[in-house]
Ligand binder design. Structure first.
Ligand code: FAD
Length: 322
């Protein structure tokens, strides 16, 4: 999450904000959260409900964000909200809100099925007052910029996380069958043909996803510089449609879905291979199986991604283009 919001911040900051916000980030002193999803719209991240108002010399944010990874140990939140109560659902202002702000309230204790260390519970920005210096960029470009700067690195980042989870489960399963001996015939777990087949299937999935991630990472390299140049030259808005049509965006959406589905499949097989041992709470494959389940839910969910990809193939507009 932290890495996915950095391109937006670095593209939008002015000179004064650069000193204030970029410096502590590059020095490794500031960790950020992305506060996008809201309970009313969930994974339809293109539709914000909450808003900010301007009062004298400050902004007042009223926003309930349903999941914010790294709250409790972050230093700031990146918070997109509607420009005003009456603004359109994607006419946005993007704020940086320090976690020390007394109007920021973390709701409850994070107690999820997996990813239990992420502290991703809801955060309420209640009449949250922030100075104008915390508003990033102009409102006209905010939504396209979020799409173009957060989404690519987020989708690729998420894919790598779920590849890592699957790889960890795979390694644990391999290690398990190499040690396991069936005493009735002195057979090793790794000698069982069904196990060999599972391992082969898992290896194919892992390699395919890994190779695609590397390929896309190379293509994405330099994309943020390109964004920055477009923004500085005032060409960002004009370029939006062209960039969204870019096959790179579709490929990134595809790899997110494929990596998350692969992670569920591979961790599931790892539990199967390890038998009852893998089903015990605290075993590596048990933890990976629970962690892997989150990927397909993470917004934009796999379901939504598939619909969006289908729309693109069939020539229908995206929901935010209507
Ligand atoms: C561990 C974890 C960490 C998270 N961290 C963050 C974070 O740091 N920042 C942040 O902003 N958000 C975060 N989220 C939120 C996440 O990105 C999703 O937005 C959220 O989980 C989905 O919203 P929801 O629970 O309201 O589900 P819903 O949006 O209600 O979705 C429920 C189901 O309906 C399906 N669905 C809904 N609409 C459509 C549609 N139009 N087409 C097809 N299917 C549809 C979905 O695919 C899903 O299966 C996190 C979520 C989790 C689980």
């Amino acid at each position: 999450m932290h890495y996915s919001i950095l391109p937006t911040i670095s593209t939008l900051v002015n000179e004064k904000q650069e000193k204030l916000f970029i410096k502590p980030i590059t020095e490794g002193k500031w960790l950020g959260s992305a506060s996008m999803s809201e309970p009313g719209t969930g994974s339809r991240l293109w539709h914000m409900i909450s808003y900010a108002t301007k009062n004298n010399n400050e902004y007042i944010i009223n926003s309930f964000k349903s999941f914010c990874t790294s709250n409790n140990f972050n230093n700031f939140y990146l918070v997109p909200v509607r420009v005003s109560k009456d603004a359109k659902s994607n006419e946005l202002s993007i704020f940086i809100v320090e976690s020390t702000n007394k109007d920021v309230h973390i709701i409850g204790k994070w107690d999820a099925m997996g990813l239990r260390g992420t502290s991703s519970n809801p955060v309420h920005f209640k009449d949250c007052k922030v100075p104008p210096i915390n508003l990033l960029g102009d409102t006209e470009n905010a939504f396209p910029l979020l799409l173009m700067s957060v989404l690519p690195i987020y989708l690729l980042g998420l894919s790598t996380v779920y590849l890592g989870i699957a790889q960890k489960a795979f390694d644990a399963a391999v290690s398990h069958v190499e040690k396991k001996i069936y005493v009735n015939n002195n057979e090793k777990g790794s000698e069982i043909e069904t196990v060999q087949r599972y391992i082969g299937e898992m290896q194919i999935k892992l390699s395919t996803i890994r190779n695609t991630i590397y390929k896309l990472a190379k293509t994405l390299n330099g994309f943020n510089l390109y964004l920055d140049q477009l923004y500085q030259a005032n060409l960002l808005k004009k370029s939006l449609n062209k960039i969204q049509d870019d096959s790179l965006f579709i490929e990134l959406a595809e790899i997110k879905v494929a990596a998350c589905e692969m992670s569920i499949e591979v961790t599931n097989k790892a539990v199967q291979i390890c038998g009852g041992t893998g089903y015990i709470r605290g075993h590596v494959v048990e933890q990976c199986y629970r962690d892997a389940r989150a990927g397909s839910i993470m917004g934009p969910s796999d379901d939504i991604m598939k619909v969006l990809i289908g729309k693109k193939v069939l020539g229908y507009p995206f929901p935010w283009e209507i």
